[in-house]
Design a protein around this ligand. Structure first.
Ligand code: DGL
Length: 274
C-alpha cells in the first residue's frame, strides 16, 4: 500500500494531505482537486456521487492502492458508491471527525453538544448527526455555503478580505448558537474550514462563547497510518506527491501552498468531463 490517492473538490483536501504527510510520510501520494466542478456542496446527491466516483476512478487509474476522500461532502454523499466502484480500501473523513469530537469532550458523551459546520449537502445528508449519535454525542448541524468560496478565493489573509470573512462567520455562528446554545465542541465538517481556524477562534472570543475546535484531518491521517505496513524506509526530505486539478492550475499552485503548508510542485491539468 505505497500509493495513496487523495481527492477533494478543490484545495480543502490539502489540509488532510498535510496531516497524512506528517503521519505517513514515506507513502507516495497522488492528489486531485476537482476544481472545475467545485463546489460539490451545493449540488444534488446524484451529481456529487457522479463527480466523486469519477475523481476516485481517476486516482485508482494513477495507481492508488488506498483512497482517502478528503472531502466531507463526497464522504457524506458518495462513500458507498465509491466503495462499490473501486476494489481498494477507501477512507472517508466523517467517521474520524466524529471520533475526534468524542475524544475532545471531557465529560460524559451524552452531555456533549457538538456543533457541526459544513456544506449544505453534508448537513442535508445527516451523516454527521448519525455518526455522532452512534457515539452517544448530541449534534446540531449548520450549513455555511459562503465559506468555501471565501476560502477558494483566498479571502483569509488581508485585513480587508478577512473583515468580510469574519462578519460572515459571526452571522453563521450566531445563527448556529441560537439553535445549540450549550454547544461545547465546534466540529469543522468541511476540509476547507481549517484554513479559517484563526477566524473561528477570534469570532468565538468576541461572542464570549469558547469552544473546542476540531477537524477531521489528523484523525483521518491516523486511520490511514494504521492501515499502512510498518515503514521500512525512512521518509525522504521531499515528499513524493503528484498533483492534478481539473481547472486553473496556476491558481491551484498559488493558493494551494497555504493549505499544504509548503510550496506545491507542478500541478497537471486533467479533464474529467462534466
Ligand atoms: N471540502 C469540501 C468538504 O469537505 C467541500 C467543498 C465543496 O463544496 O466543494 O465538504
Amino acid at each position: 500500500m505505497n500509493t495513496i490517492g487523495v481527492f477533494d473538490s478543490g484545495f480543502g483536501g490539502l489540509t488532510v494531505l498535510r496531516a497524512l504527510l506528517a503521519q505517513a510520510p514515506s507513502a507516495r501520494y497522488v492528489y486531485l482537486g476537482d476544481t472545475a466542478r467545485l463546489p460539490y456542496g451545493s449540488k444534488s446527491h446524484e451529481t456529487i456521487a457522479r463527480y466523486a466516483v469519477s475523481s476516485a476512478k481517476f486516482l485508482a487509474a494513477q495507481g492508488a492502492e488506498l483512497l482517502v476522500i478528503a472531502c466531507n461532502t463526497a464522504t457524506a454523499l458518495a462513500l458507498d458508491d465509491i466503495r462499490s466502484a473501486l476494489p481498494i480500501p477507501v477512507v472517508g473523513v466523517i467517521q474520524p471527525g466524529a471520533e475526534a469530537a468524542l475524544h475532545a469532550g471531557s465529560g460524559v458523551p451524552a452531555s456533549q453538544q457538538v456543533l457541526v459546520l459544513a456544506t449544505a449537502a453534508t448537513t442535508q445528508s445527516g451523516a454527521y448527526t448519525r455518526a455522532l449519535h452512534a457515539l452517544g454525542l448530541r449534534a446540531t448541524e449548520k450549513a455555511c455555503p459562503l465559506l468555501v468560496p471565501l476560502v477558494e478565493e483566498g479571502w483569509i489573509d488581508s485585513p480587508t478580505h478577512s473583515a468580510v470573512t469574519l462578519e460572515v462567520l459571526r452571522i453563521y455562528l450566531l445563527e448556529a448558537l441560537a439553535q445549540a446554545p450549550d454547544a461545547s465542541t465546534l466540529l469543522l465538517g468541511c476540509t476547507h474550514y481549517p484554513l479559517l481556524k484563526p477566524h473561528f477562534e477570534a469570532t468565538l472570543r468576541n461572542l464570549h462563547h469558547p469552544m473546542c475546535i476540531i477537524d477531521s484531518a489528523a484523525a483521518t491521517a491516523s486511520t490511514v497510518a494504521a492501515l499502512m505496513p510498518t515503514a521500512t524506509q525512512p521518509a525522504s526530505a521531499t515528499p513524493d506527491c503528484e498533483f492534478y486539478a481539473t481547472d486553473s492550475i496556476e491558481k491551484f499552485q498559488r493558493l494551494g501552498s497555504a493549505f499544504l503548508g509548503r510550496p506545491l510542485p507542478a500541478v497537471q491539468l486533467i479533464d474529467l468531463g462534466g
